[in-house]
Design a protein around this ligand. Structure first.
Ligand code: F6P
Length: 324
């Protein structure tokens, strides 16, 4: 390969910049040209490219967001859009791609590869940690630290006022952030899409906690939770059934996607970028680089998209015991 294109697509996540830096510098190390593609697949369709060398990625290892910007392109879902994108890559002399993003990004990559036999490697970047074939996606660790830090602050005020807080965290279809940050922040209960706790059990658990002498509590709820009520309805429901509780809601939202990446995410991004480029050099295509048992691994993109990530059920038990 002679020229690699790199892009970030879908929801941004801390560590994406460190991954761009790694891809660009690994290319330079192996004397391969590199171009940055702005706004994900949309920039590919519009030919929004920029030549990148090792000095164009100075001072970004510590920066949240993505210097290449990100987008969810609906045009790339059409054959016409993908055709335009392919033409632009050929014109620019790009002969391989590294795409950084989540399952939507990988789905687009796979389609593009099938249509044009274009070499592609994926790097998992999403705070949700919902990609099969890697124990950690880029940004997940940073998001966990952000959430724990914020809940620690909420705990201060919850405790001062003897209140119960419902804290909603991100995770469109997955409870990884809720479960891990919930345990880290000492949540009383954790509601995740993978496990239906049920409204009755939630009430029982809150009653029990009050009876055991706790004066304030934090309940962490993943945005994708399927308990059947949104976090504000849940507040009303609990206040109606347990009038002894004074309840407040805090929806953490997009702040979870921002901030300087943790050391873990920076190291992960650096390792995955190297592996992605070197795999392309080795003639590999259609894989996602990831982390398995602390070693960098390759998973076919198709599996990464279709495979289901599992929550660690032992963590549910640990959380239960911790709320005694
Ligand atoms: O996939 C990452 C994520 O942050 C999800 O947790 C959340 O549901 C979604 O993206 C929000 O997307 P947007 O930024 O488009 O509102």
């Amino acid at each position: 390969i002679k020229k690699v294109g790199v892009l970030t697509s879908g929801g941004d996540s801390p560590g994406m910049n460190a991954a761009i830096r790694s891809v660009v510098r690994t290319c330079a190390y192996h004397n391969i040209e590199c171009i940055g593609i702005y706004r994900g697949y949309q920039g590919m369709i519009e030919g929004d490219f920029k030549e990148m060398g090792p000095r164009s990625v100075n001072n970004i290892v510590n920066k949240g967001g993505t210097i290449l910007k990100s987008a969810r392109s609906s045009e790339f879902k059409t054959a016409e859009g993908r055709h335009k994108a392919h033409e632009n890559l050929l014109k620019a002399g790009v002969d391989a791609l590294v795409v950084i993003g989540g399952d939507g990004t990988f789905t687009g990559a796979l389609l593009f590869n099938k249509e044009f036999d274009f070499p592609i490697m994926g790097i998992p970047g999403t705070i949700d940690n919902d990609i099969f074939g890697t124990s950690h996606t880029l940004g997940y660790d940073t998001a966990l630290n952000t959430v724990v830090e914020v809940i620690d602050k909420i705990r201060d005020t919850a405790s001062s006022h003897n209140r119960l807080f419902f804290v909603e965290v991100m995770g469109r279809d997955a409870g990884h952030i809720a479960l891990n940050a919930g345990i880290g922040a000492g949540a009383e209960e954790i509601l995740i899409p993978e496990e239906d706790l049920g409204l009755e059990r939630l009430l029982e658990s809150l009653q029990k906690s009050k009876a055991s002498g706790k004066s304030s509590s934090i309940v962490v709820i993943a945005e994708g939770d399927k308990i059947g009520k949104n976090v504000f309805e849940l507040k009303d429901y609990v206040e109606a059934n347990l009038p002894e509780y004074d309840v407040r809601v805090s929806v953490l939202g997009h702040m979870q996607r921002g901030g300087s990446p943790s050391c873990f995410d920076r190291v992960l991004a650096s390792r995955l970028g190297v592996k992605a480029v070197e795999s392309l050099i080795d003639g590999k295509s259609n894989f996602m680089v990831g982390l398995q048992n602390d070693a960098v691994s390759l998973t076919p993109l198709e599996q990464a998209i279709k495979g289901k990530t599992m929550i660690d059920r032992e963590l549910l038990r640990v959380s239960d015991i911790m709320s005694t």
